[in-house]
Design a protein around this ligand. Structure first.
Ligand SMILES: Cc1ncc(C[n+]2csc(CCOP(=O)(O)OP(=O)(O)O)c2C)c(N)n1
Ligand SMILES: [Mg+2]
Length: 306
C-alpha cells in the first residue's frame, strides 16, 4: 500500500465503489435484456476513481465554470457511467431501472438532449466524443477555466481516423488541460485489436504526436491515481502538452466467464448467468443495490423518469 496515495484518496472506498458499479452494470443490462457489459465492467475502477476522487464536480454546482468535465467517447459502455453518476449523487439510484427504455434519460448511448448537465456530448459514433472534448478543452482554456477535461476512449475506438486528427489538434493547440484515458483491453467487437488493426506502439505514438503519456494498471486504483498525478506533476513543468493515460484493462473484469472474451462486448447475460456474475462480483460494503422503481414514480411518469 502506498501511504502517500492513501492520504489523498480513500483507496478501499474506491475499490468498493467499483464493486457496486459492476453489480449495477449486470443488473441494468439483464434488467432490460441488452447492453454492453464487457467494456463497462472493465472500466469500473476508472469510473470509481474519477467520480470517487479525481473529478472536481459538485452535483449542486454544475454551472461552475471551473469544474472538471468528463466525456465518455466510447458511449456504448455507459451502464458504468450512469451507475457512477447515481452513486456519486448526480442521479436517483432507482432511475437505473430505466436504462435503455423508451423515453428514459438513460439511453443505450449517452444523449445530451436527455441529460444536458451531465452528458457533455452525445456519443456512440466512435471517435466523435474525443473531438468534442478537444473543443471543450479549447473553450475552457480561452475562458481561463481552472477545470480539466477527462475523456475516455476504447482501444478499438483508437482505430478511427478522427481520433488521430483530434490527437494532432490537441497537441497543436497546446491543450494541457486535457487528459485522454484509453481503456486498453486488447479487444473489440470483431476480436483482438492487434489483429483487426494494430495500435502498437501506442505510447510512442502519443509521444511522437506531442503528448505526455503514462501507462497504468486499469484495475489498480493506486496505479491509476499515480498515473493521473504523474501527469499533473508534468503539467507544472510542461505547460503545453495534452496528457494520455493508457489504462490496461480486462474486458469483463470481475466476472470470470466474461473476462477477455470479445463476445461480451455487446451480449446480454441470461438471468442464470447474471446470478453467477453477481456471485463472482460479490457485495459492496458501503453501498446498496439500486431499488425497484417506486409505485409513486411509476404513476408519475410512464416509461421512466424524465
Ligand atoms: C464510427 C463507428 N464505427 C463503428 C461502430 C460500431 N462499434 C461500436 S463499439 C465498436 C468496437 C469498439 O471497440 P473498443 O473501443 O475496444 O470497445 P470495447 O469492445 O473494448 O468495449 C464498434 C466497432 C461505432 N459505434 N461507431
Ligand atoms: Mg476494447
Amino acid at each position: 500500500m502506498d501511504s502517500t496515495v492513501e492520504r489523498k484518496i480513500d483507496i478501499d472506498g474506491i475499490k468498493d465503489l467499483a464493486t457496486q458499479i459492476r453489480r449495477d452494470v449486470i443488473r441494468m443490462i439483464v434488467g432490460v435484456g441488452s447492453g454492453h457489459p464487457g467494456g463497462a465492467l472493465g472500466a469500473a475502477e476508472l469510473f470509481a476513481l474519477l467520480y470517487g476522487g479525481v473529478l472536481h464536480i459538485d452535483p449542486k454546482n454544475l454551472m461552475d465554470p471551473h469544474r472538471d468535465r468528463f466525456v465518455l467517447s466510447n458511449g456504448h459502455i455507459c451502464a458504468a457511467f450512469y451507475s457512477a453518476l447515481s452513486l456519486a449523487g448526480f442521479l436517483p439510484r432507482e432511475e437505473l431501472n430505466t436504462f435503455r427504455r423508451i423515453n428514459s434519460r438513460l439511453q443505450g448511448h449517452p444523449a445530451r438532449v436527455k441529460l444536458p448537465d451531465l452528458v457533455e456530448t452525445s456519443s456512440g459514433p466512435l471517435g466523435q466524443g474525443f473531438s468534442v472534448a478537444n473543443g471543450i478543452a479549447m473553450a475552457m482554456k480561452l475562458d481561463g477555466s481552472r477545470g480539466r477535461v477527462y475523456c475516455l476512449v476504447g482501444d478499438g475506438e483508437m482505430q478511427e481516423g478522427q481520433v488521430w486528427e483530434a490527437i494532432m489538434t490537441a497537441a497543436h493547440h497546446k491543450l494541457a488541460n486535457l487528459t485522454l484515458i484509453v481503456s486498453y483491453n486488447g479487444l473489440q467487437i470483431d476480436g483482438e485489436v492487434r489483429t483487426v488493426k494494430n495500435l502498437m506502439p501506442l505510447r510512442e505514438k502519443f509521444e511522437s504526436f506531442g503528448w505526455e503519456c503514462v501507462e497504468a494498471d486499469g484495475h489498480d486504483v493506486v496505479s491509476l491515481y499515480r498515473a493521473f498525478t504523474e501527469l499533473s506533476v508534468m503539467n507544472k513543468t510542461d505547460q503545453d502538452k495534452p496528457k494520455a493515460v493508457i489504462a490496461h484493462t480486462v474486458m469483463g473484469k470481475g466476472v470470470p466467464f466474461m473476462e477477455n472474451k470479445a463476445v461480451w462486448h455487446g451480449s446480454c447475460p441470461t438471468p442464470a448467468q447474471a446470478e453467477e456474475a453477481l456471485l463472482s462480483i460479490g457485495k459492496s460494503k458501503g453501498f446498496e443495490d439500486y431499488p425497484p422503481l417506486s409505485k409513486q414514480t411509476l404513476s408519475r411518469k410512464k416509461g421512466g423518469l424524465k
